[in-house]
Design a protein around this ligand. Structure first.
Ligand SMILES: [Zn+2]
Length: 217
């Protein structure tokens, strides 16, 4: 139980860093690469199933990414030049954008229903849970316009979130353990108590005494 309590601060730091490395790219991230898979006459089967809402007649899949951020646009519209275009064949023309953020793994996400909000769900916080908290009103003018809204996601991607959490908690522990080892080595060299830094009287054999007169270590 005490050992568990000792690990708590590292868990807290790990959690904080997991959230910050997701919210950071969500607000400040940029896109520097991308990929487009478009079809015109037939359904686009290239995007992974989990990205494609059921019964969608998808035509366009436009993925863009940068450090710690990735956006996947899935649309029933067709891709014309550099943007989406409606077709006149009477098909539904819905679009959704999945944004994933986090580092080293994607840990949080939000959806941007460019054409509609599919769930007529007005429960408090439901919209923010799905779509994140839009920060455009806060950061506009401070940051350049971006293809994807700057939003703070609330929704975790559980696998990535857990892996990042463990990763950052381990990093925090490593920094702490390393700093302690360096301090202990420096004290040992100077003949000080490794635990409290109190000068230790030399014993008869010329080595530092076996017990610290200050802390008893
Ligand atoms: Zn001591």
């Amino acid at each position: 139980m005490r050992r568990l309590a000792r690990l708590l601060p590292f868990g807290a730091v790990g959690l904080l860093l997991t959230v910050l490395t997701a919210w950071g790219p969500a607000i400040f991230g940029w896109f520097n690469d991308g990929n487009l898979v478009a079809t015109y006459e037939s359904r686009n089967t290239a995007p992974p199933a989990w990205l494609t809402p059921e019964d969608w007649d998808t035509r366009s899949w436009h993925a863009t990414w940068g450090p710690g951020i990735r956006s996947d646009l899935i649309s029933e519209q067709v891709w014309m030049g550099s943007s989406l275009a409606m077709t006149t064949d009477g098909r539904r023309q819905w679009t959704v954008i999945h944004v994933r953020v986090g580092f080293p793994m994607y840990a949080m996400r939000w959806l941007d229903y460019a054409s509609h909000l599919p769930e007529e769900d007005t429960r408090t916080g439901r919209r923010e849970w799905l779509m994140g908290v839009n920060m455009e009103g806060v950061v506009s003018g401070l940051l350049p316009a971006r293809r994807i809204d700057r939003r703070i996601p609330l929704r975790p991607i559980w696998t990535g979130f857990a892996l990042n959490w463990v990763f950052y908690a381990a990093c925090a522990w490593g920094v702490y353990a390393g700093a302690r080892a360096i301090r202990a080595a420096a004290r040992r060299r100077k003949g000080l108590c490794q635990r409290c830094g109190y000068p230790r009287p030399a014993s008869r054999t010329g080595h530092a005494g076996s017990r610290c007169p200050e802390c008893g270590a």
